[in-house]
Design a protein around this ligand. Structure first.
Ligand SMILES: [Zn+2]
Length: 305
């Protein structure tokens, strides 16, 4: 069955790129709503469904837009939390153009969602089953979806900075793996890139408290890393969030090499362009038991930084 939140949850913070204060309120929603943002600061409260075909390609974050040019940016960590906690329907009221960055991970969202709890709705859940390999590539970057009985994420990165270097990790997202293994891994960036982003009016809200900043072999962020391979874990978190713009849980294996938000969106577009590459399946008990959010409990929060 589909789920929604038992009660509303509020998060306050600033936008990573805008630097502006913002509040989001997650409201319980009816079956078949999906994830829908409402810009409550704008006349008419325009709504934006968190779907792949409303995503603007950006290397730095995932942004939704509608026909009138209304946008909501940096949705990916919240989307990862919703996917990883098994929230299928939610209305997200937001009073600005960018989801708060909080600590740069999805941990705060996960804590709020898990503490609020979920309620089952009287409507069956459908998942997207991958039927054949679909891939996209650009230079050395590559992303692929292939058939698998549950959502698996296999990610590889290769950075010149020795503090990151080469990292590869594979995880099955079933049974709360996201909450225990990925949700507290933070956004990272190279100190050399910070000045460039600021010059372009980006990362204005970036601080040492909401991103891991590295310079060569040195981690500049006080307290250091939460996991030795925090960088690849965060890329997996991003992938989970971006994949949730498919509009339903995916049963398949995602392989990403130096991939990012734009590649994952291109991959979803390629998938939905090919009707022989996927199909809807009704989630019986066997399939439901393999979904990312099943079995997540308040005790799992003990593993979260
Ligand atoms: Zn991210």
């Amino acid at each position: 069955m589909q789920t929604t939140l038992k009660s509303r949850v509020t998060f306050d913070g600033i936008g990573l790129h805008s630097g502006a204060p913002v509040t989001i309120v997650l409201h319980p929603a009816a079956a078949n709503t999906g994830v829908v943002f409402r810009r409550v600061d704008l006349t008419g409260t325009p709504q934006l469904a968190a779907k792949w075909d409303s995503v603007i390609v950006s290397p730095l974050n995932t942004r939704l837009t509608n026909a009138d040019g209304v946008t909501v940016s940096t949705i990916e960590h919240l989307m990862a939390a919703l996917s990883g906690c098994g929230v299928h329907n939610v209305l997200v009221d937001i009073d600005g153009p960018e989801v708060p960055i909080l600590d740069g991970s999805a941990a705060t969202f996960v804590r709020g969602i898990v503490n609020a709890g979920l309620t089952r709705l009287s409507a069956p859940l459908r998942a997207i089953e991958i039927l054949k390999d679909v891939s996209v590539s650009e230079g050395e970057a590559f992303a692929q979806l292939s058939p698998a009985t549950s959502l698996q994420i296999d990610f590889a990165i290769d950075f010149a900075d020795a503090a990151i270097g080469k990292q590869r990790k594979t995880l099955n997202m079933a049974n709360g793996t996201f909450v225990r293994e990925l949700c507290d891994s933070r956004t990272f960036c190279r100190s050399a890139d910070v000045d460039a982003m600021r010059a372009n009016g980006l990362a204005l809200g970036g601080t040492m408290e909401n991103a891991v900043v590295v310079d060569g072999a040195t981690v500049l962020t006080p307290g250091g890393l939460r996991h030795a391979d925090e960088a690849v874990r965060h890329k997996m978190l991003d992938a989970l969030g971006d994949l949730y713009t498919a509009g339903a849980p995916i049963l398949g294996r995602y392989t990403g090499t130096r991939s990012g938000h734009a590649m994952t969106n291109r991959l979803l577009r390629a998938l939905f362009d090919d009707s022989s590459a996927w199909r809807w399946v009704n989630c019986d008990a066997k399939i439901a038991a393999r979904l990312p959010g099943v079995g997540v409990s308040v005790a799992d929060l003990n593993a979260v930084a």
